[in-house]
Design a binder for this molecule. Structure first.
Ligand code: DAT
Ligand code: MG
Length: 188
């Protein structure tokens, strides 16, 4: 059952405060408590292959057209320590060394996007990890062939998103803004 007074109080909070509440008090699952107002955030990377192949604009366009809202963006090189922290969960796997070499090999575009159910929506737009298993129409299907050259990264859950956004961006780099079309995209 939806709780309108709580939702109204929630909607009066600044977006940055909402995000704090999302990730701390609500255990990263605000949609259970506030299904009509929760916005999720996800880190998105256009990896070196995507940048080199001129796909940054295409990937941003797909996320924009989906209705997601850009929160932060930075074009940068990735040093080894950042790569190791970002992919710490994969340490020890056979592909780990190659993954670090790949992500540090050339500049990437790091972004944060937000929207209702942004994490699952963005993973869906990216497609499965292996391009040969990604759904037709997804980015990894449409622009990739090999798992080690799969064009993009996106956070895989609320907790991962919180950690990754904190790793790649300072809080003051996250831009809180509204679009006049938001009411046509976000139900409340
Ligand atoms: P995702 O990027 O879809 O979250 P992941 O977190 O399982 O996938 O793996 C991180 C990256 O590591 C993935 O985008 C590509 C690479 N990778 C994963 N599995 C691999 C494998 N079996 N061989 C080579 N690279 C792999
Ligand atoms: Mg992953």
């Amino acid at each position: 059952m939806r709780s309108r007074p709580i939702a109204e109080a929630w909607s009066r909070l600044e977006a940055s405060e909402r995000f704090q509440h999302n990730i701390t008090e609500l255990g990263g699952r605000p949609e259970f408590l506030f299904p009509e107002v929760a916005l999720e955030r996800s880190l998105v990377l256009v990896k070196p292959d995507g940048v080199q192949r001129g796909l940054m604009g295409e990937i941003m366009a797909r996320l924009e057209r989906r209705g997601l809202r850009l929160v932060a963006a930075r074009f940068q090189k990735v040093d080894r320590p950042l790569a190791e922290r970002h992919y710490a969960v994969h340490k020890g796997k056979p592909f780990y060394a190659g993954l670090l070499d790949y992500i540090t090999s050339a500049p990437i575009l790091a972004m944060v996007w937000e929207g209702p159910n942004a994490i699952s929506a963005i993973r869906q737009t990216m497609g499965a990890t292996r391009p040969d298993e990604a759904a037709p129409g997804s980015i990894r299907h449409d622009f990739g062939l090999e798992v080690g050259r799969n064009v993009t990264h996106a956070s895989d859950g609320p907790e991962t998103a919180r950690e990754e956004i904190g790793l790649w961006f300072r809080p003051d780099e996250l831009v809180q803004w509204e679009r006049s079309v938001d009411r046509w995209l976000f139900e409340s």
